[in-house]
Design a protein. Structure first.
Length: 317
């Protein structure tokens, strides 16, 4: 019985020692940055012990006799680091976690590493001092609110392999005046440019298939827009609150939508989708054959004083 107890105690002690060693090996600090081991000899930066100003992420870091490759930035790793001015990433970085650099108001420019193919939620949200972003060529999608509230951004050149802008990626980027879309972009996500009040025009790519709900909501400087033949899906309120919009023009080859006198309809002219808010003229007669007036179709149409509705109309949103 005593031998059994002795063996049990020894095993428990060994388990505790090796367990603690294992725990210690999972996270560590080096040169002012903290790290989490993610896979074998790979680590992600999880935070800092000394708030950085000009941050240089090392390609490798040594701890406990082991060399680790730095391949990621963890969630909220530098959240609210107001003194952070610049970031230098190593080539091995493959992932940047949600809110990793959120509210870093002193950050002025970012060149994202080539290994990153997807952005996550709120990565740079609230970085009001950010004026320049260089995207990796293989980036395919943004996360929700990736650059939301980055009011210092004035122009964007989106990467050539981007297919999806995500949800609210550039919401409330009020300084934005120019966006260059890649030819392969197929989806402009919900609320992508919500509140970008100084954006005067957009040149949509010819392969664009869908635009999500409220994608250009309150883009009050937007004067006109051309929708490509490829477009097959429009969300609700895409152009709501666009108080400067005078015309919406649809490519004649589009199979789903059409425009008449700058007003947006379904292809069969049975649904009136959007009457541009700044269109001139105080009176409008909805064409016969229209049976549905969609939600927010006449939103903010301040020039209109009267509307004639057709016989057979069955729904007003």
């Amino acid at each position: 019985m005593n031998d059994f107890i002795t063996r049990f105690v020894l095993l428990a002690a060994l388990f505790t020692v090796f367990g603690c060693m294992s725990l210690r090996a999972q996270s560590f600090e080096h040169d002012g940055l903290t790290y989490n081991v993610t896979d074998g000899n790979e680590v992600e930066v999880s935070g800092y012990t000394v708030e950085p100003v000009n941050l240089v992420i090392p390609a490798t870091v040594s701890y406990g006799g082991t060399d680790y490759e730095v391949t990621g930035i963890g969630e909220r790793a530098f959240y609210g680091s107001s003194n952070l001015v610049s970031i230098e990433f190593p080539d091995f970085i493959k992932s940047i976690g949600s809110y990793a650099f959120a509210n870093c108001i002193g950050l002025t420019s970012v060149s994202l590493p080539e290994g990153v193919t997807e952005m996550t939620m709120g990565t740079f949200i609230g970085c009001t001092g950010l004026v320049s972003v260089s995207f990796p060529s293989n980036l395919k999608s943004f996360g929700t609110g990736t650059f939301e509230g980055c009011t210092g951004l004035t122009s964007l050149s989106l990467p050539e392999n981007l297919t999806d802008t995500g949800w609210g990626a550039f919401r409330d980027c009020i300084g934005l005046v120019s966006v260059n879309f890649p030819s392969g972009l197929t989806n402009i996500g919900r609320e992508t440019f919500w509140g970008c009040t100084n954006l005067p025009s957009v040149d949509l790519p010819e392969n664009l298939a869908s635009i999500g709900d409220d994608a250009f909501y309150t883009c009050s400087s937007l004067a006109s827009i051309d929708l490509p033949a490829s477009l097959s899906s429009l969300g609700a309120g895409v152009f709501s609150g666009c108080t400067g919009l005078t015309s919406i023009n649809v490519d004649s080859g589009n199979s789903f939508y059409c425009s008449q006198d700058g007003i947006l309809f379904t292809k069969d002219m049975t649904e009136l989708i959007c009457y541009p808010a700044a269109k001139e003229g105080g009176h409008y007669a909805v064409p016969s054959g229209v049976v549905i007036i969609c939600d927010e179709a006449f939103d903010s149409s301040y020039n209109l004083t009267s509307v004639d509705l057709p016989e057979g109309l069955i729904s007003i949103g």
